[in-house]
Design a protein around this ligand. Structure first.
Ligand code: PMP
Length: 358
């Protein structure tokens, strides 16, 4: 642990100590340039190197070829909710959206500003405690189909994605690089960085070139994917330090390897869901094991006294960030790639101890 707290927050989230150490060195003096990374000019050769290395690493980790473009964009996840339809929908066009949770619903709302968002399926009726059933029929003519690969607030995750009749777009903000995945299924995917990729405010966006060709060419450059690609992610003053931390994360991910990361994530999830499934005081939000997120594990207590008592116990034991999202309550334990298995073990031990005392 770097800060002394076990930090289960959903994002900004725990970062690996190696990344924090390297980033703090760069804050003082980036690669002996005499610049802090906080001062490094966005048009310097050093920053260009950061961009190039990060782009190459994203392609390598996703196993993508030259038919894809990689870019860093401002504004986190929500800016992507807006940029997707801005770039790919006009007023009479439709895109299909799977309504699998809070962020999916917000993406749907944003799409409505620019075109028509067709809700292909929704699990809202069951408080998003499962993934929506994949529709047997999908309307023709959709410009793209948007899914949220991991639903951060409700704790569901697509472990398998069917083939889609329109270009597939994924919001991977809360599970990018957490498991082996065929990224070539996606015409485009994006991820806000503050979970598995570093710090907030910056997002990774990856697009297949043939899909990019279908995007609008009459947008203000800062909202245009074409412009971001053309200007190599430096349309304006880029988030230099945020992109640098993302590069450190990419190097860390490559060092561990995605297979090893996936194994660790599976083991952490097994440990925590195992404890929940046998618990008499906690109830997992997602009963269907095939839909359970390995990143965000959501549960409630059997009553509010149990919830208050467990929250206090966590606080007293230096465990932070286990409270559920303000819109749902209960608990949410976020355990992205950088969360060590030992921290999950500590939490599970505390849950077990709590259980014997109530
Ligand atoms: N998509 C998902 C899946 C998220 O979890 C979040 C934020 N937690 C967002 C989008 C929104 O990201 P931001 O706060 O950077 O706008």
């Amino acid at each position: 642990m770097s800060t002394g707290k076990i930090n289960f927050n959903a994002g900004p989230a725990t970062l690996p100590p190696e990344v924090l150490r390297e980033a703090s060195k760069a804050v003082w003096n980036y690669k002996n340039t005499g610049y802090s990374i906080l001062e490094l000019p966005h048009r310097s050769p050093e920053f260009l190197d950061i961009i190039e290395e990060s782009k190459a690493l994203v392609k390598e980790l996703c196993n993508l070829g030259n038919d894809y473009e990689v870019m860093w964009v401002h504004g986190g996840g929500r800016a992507q909710f807006a940029m997707m339809p801005m770039n790919f929908l006009s007023a009479n066009d439709s895109a299909g959206y799977m309504d699998s949770g809070h962020w999916a619903a917000e993406a749907i709302e944003y799409a409505g500003y620019y075109g028509k968002a067709a809700i292909l399926a929704s699990s809202k009726g069951t408080k998003y405690n499962q993934l929506p059933e994949w529709p047997s029929e999908i309307p023709d003519g959709l410009k793209y189909i948007h899914i949220t690969t991991n639903n951060t607030i409700y704790g569901t995750q697509y472990h398998k994605v069917p083939k889609t009749p329109a270009p597939l777009v994924g919001d991977m903000s809360s599970d990018i690089f957490s498991c082996k995945r065929d990224y070539t299924k996606y015409a485009m995917f994006y991820a806000a960085a503050q979970k598995n990729l570093g710090t907030p405010g910056v997002a990774l966006a990856v697009v297949r070139k043939d899909f990019l060709k279908k995007s609008a060419d009459n947008l203000p450059p800062i909202f245009s994917y074409r412009a971001h690609v053309k200007e190599n992610s430096v349309v304006n003053t880029a988030n230099v330090s945020g992109i640098y931390v993302a590069l450190l994360m990419l190097r860390w991910i490559k060092g561990k390897g995605i297979s090893a990361i996936e194994e660790e994530n599976n083991a952490k999830a097994k440990m925590l869901y195992g404890a929940l499934d046998k618990s008499k005081v906690f109830i997992p939000h997602v009963a269907n094991k095939a839909h359970r997120s390995h990143m965000n594990v959501c549960f409630t207590g059997i009553n509010s006294n149990i919830e208050k008592a467990f929250s206090a116990l966590c606080r007293d034991n230096g465990i932070a960030g286990v409270e559920g999202h303000r819109s749902v309550g209960g608990f949410r334990v976020s355990m992205y790639n950088a969360m060590p298995a030992e921290s999950v073990e500590t939490l599970v031990a505390l849950m077990n101890k709590f259980e014997t005392k109530v």
